[in-house]
Design a protein around this ligand. Structure first.
Ligand code: C6P
Length: 407
């Protein structure tokens, strides 16, 4: 049973007033709130077994190492990885993508090669490719987005030339909410001999992910958007690809042997984990994954579809409001970006804040997409497991108020 009122009991932060009104938190696409299970897991680590991992020959360090590696196995099962060795801890989705860009990209790409990205990407899946392209002579091209916020799949097929070495695409847009047809993209890219990186920063928190069924090559996501702490992210990649990639960062922990004349690398996954890692954060992410697994990712997705359907319906009734992205809740996630007449999106967010409603305003790290839409910014509401339809009513009322005050 997916009981939102029950779930809310696990999130102490939600039970407060802001500007004299009960907090309505609608910014989970930026970072989700954390349940007690995660907060307490981190607290217990620091109180009872804080120690560095993979080093100490003493009990609490062994306990920390075991918990750190056990979390990795849970995360591997969560995305149905073939092996926990394919699960690399990073700081966040951004670092995961940079790891692929600087390790795989710099060592594999050459002049004339093409990286296909899309017009709806977050900067994290654009800028690293631009940087690597500048260094290697490769080119970045962008699959267009149509009026409804879908990828133009005919254009994708036309752009999929033999020069394409990588398709770097978001699974779910953080602005339009669009869930891209990644199975089709992956199968076509593979037929054309290209690898596929999925940016799952917005999808992994909200829907079941099965890397074996998807058949992608790289998958990147962040812990903090899926009930986990900040400072921990995941790169999953196929083992044979990771084995062939050079290290990204070097130093302690990622080595096998070091001499004055050179070094050899540790086995996977540690080859890609230089230095003391984010131990509490990894263990905390393991607790977040346990929490999501208990809820059931199918139920998480179903709740999101229902809330998004309600939000689209309710917000479309707000005079002057324009929503960007698909209108079909089955085709999208619960990040809903909009403009309200000609009122500046930051002013809309400020009025909502006055009502105790937390939303995000700006370009959401997707400036090229906003350029394409002819906008400098949007206001965005985003939903998660703890949100209720009543909160969307509060949002709609807040928007009416913004229009009355500023419209
Ligand atoms: N989007 C948002 O409010 P990091 O910052 O590394 O945890 O995640 C980067 C990232 C990558 N891809 C997508 C699709 C994303 O949405 C994000 C993060 C946040 O939309 C912060 S800008």
């Amino acid at each position: 049973m997916f009981d939102v009122h029950q779930i809310r009991q696990d999130f102490p932060i939600l039970h407060q007033t802001v500007n004299g009104k009960p907090l309505v938190f609608l910014d989970s696409a930026a970072s989700s709130q954390k349940p007690l299970a995660v907060i307490e897991t981190i607290d217990t680590y620091y109180r009872q077994y804080n120690a560095n991992v993979h080093r100490g020959i003493y009990q609490i360090s062994e306990k920390a190492s075991a918990a750190y590696e056990q979390a990795r196995k849970k995360i591997g099962r969560f995305i149905n990885a073939r092996s926990w060795r394919e699960v690399i801890y990073t700081r966040n989705a951004t670092e995961s993508i940079n790891l692929v860009a600087y390790s795989w990209g710099l060592s594999r790409l050459k002049p004339g090669d093409v990286i296909l990205s899309t017009e709806m990407e977050h900067h994290a899946n654009i800028v690293p490719w631009q940087q690597v392209a500048a260094r290697t002579g490769a080119q970045v091209r962008y699959i267009p987005v149509d009026e409804q916020g879908y990828l133009d799949m005919a254009a994708f097929e036309a752009m999929l030339t033999p020069q394409v070495r990588l398709v770097a695409v978001t699974h779910m847009s953080n602005v339009l909410g669009t869930i891209n047809p990644v199975e089709e993209i992956i199968s076509k890219a593979h037929q054309a001999g290209a690898k596929v990186l999925l940016d799952a920063a917005q999808s992994a928190p909200h829907m079941p992910i099965d890397v074996q069924a998807l058949d992608c090559d790289f998958l990147a996501f962040s812990g903090h958007k899926m009930l986990g702490p900040t400072g921990i992210g995941i790169l999953w990649a196929r083992r044979e690809i990771l084995e062939a990639m050079p290290p990204f960062m070097t130093g302690g922990d990622m080595i096998s042997q070091v001499t004055f004349s050179g070094s050899t690398w540790n086995e996977l996954p540690w080859k890609f984990e230089a230095g003391t890692p984010a131990i509490a954060q990894a263990i905390g992410l393991g607790a977040a994954v346990d929490y999501l697994v208990r809820l059931g990712m199918d139920n998480v997705r179903q709740h999101e579809i229902e809330l998004t359907a309600y939000a689209l319906d309710r917000l479309n009734q707000v005079e002057g409001l324009r929503i960007y992205g698909p209108q079909n809740p089955q085709h999208r996630g619960g990040a809903v970006a909009f403009t309200l007449g000609s009122i500046h999106p930051h002013d809309v967010a400020a009025v909502l804040d006055g009502e105790g409603i937390a939303v995000r305003a700006g370009h959401h790290c997707a400036m090229p997409l906003h350029d394409k839409l002819g906008l400098v910014a949007t206001t965005r509401a985003s939903f998660y497991i703890y949100n209720l339809p009543e909160e969307i009513d509060r949002l709609a009322e807040g928007l009416d108020k913004a229009r009355e005050l500023l419209g």
